[in-house]
Design a protein around this ligand. Sequence first.
Ligand SMILES: [Zn+2]
Ligand SMILES: [Zn+2]
Length: 255
Amino acid sequence: MLIDSHTHLEMPDFKKDLEVVIQRAKESGIEYIFTVGTEKKDWKRALEIANSHSSIYAILGVHPHNAKEIDDQTYPMLKELCRDGKVKAYGEIGLDFFRNLSPREIQLRRFREQIGLAKELGLPIVVHDREAHQETLEILKSEKAEECGGIIHCFSGDYGMAKVCIDMGFYISIPGTITFKNAERFREIVQRIPLDSLLVETDAPFLTPEPFRGKRNEPSYVRYTAQKLAEIKKVSFEKVAEVTTENALRVYKLA
Ligand SMILES: [Zn+2]
Ligand SMILES: [Zn+2]
């Protein structure tokens, strides 16, 4: 049994064959899927998918790319939607200084605000950090994010950053990039992070692992990431599946 802790089934990439994709995940032993609605147009769709499948849960929030779209109606609407029992975390929120689709100042402010909102809602947060490690850590600390805890998704920091986050009660989620040929440094970092703090994710339709790199990603491919993690950790695939599943159930409060 495996869990895809972070994916985007509401995105148009899955419009044509969503049910087939979900079925394929089931057949591959993916017990639960957490689908992340990152902007207003996706929230209801993500919830709809979660509410029509017992194996799927939702995560809602405003992605740093969309931070500039937040207006007076955004937070009241999210508060309402997050009351649904199928919503298990708030996110993904954070900073993306690689693409900078929203101005940095706005990203910083909205990240802080949304940590506050997640705490109010009693939900763990899912953090997106791309090329903003220092600023992400500063905000997690100053906003006392240890009070909600959560997940650093698609982790791309160094071991020191992982350690700080774990000490604050966060889990570190590993995407398919761990399978890439040129990811040797990333694998060395992950090798040092205790399995007890790790999750696996696809972030589908993005970041497709080998051997399917270049094609659309989907939840069933999370097993290639788990397989690579087993190699790196020198433990069995079953052990990785068991521990990452326990971790995901714990952080999402399903166990
Ligand atoms: Zn992300
Ligand atoms: Zn994502």
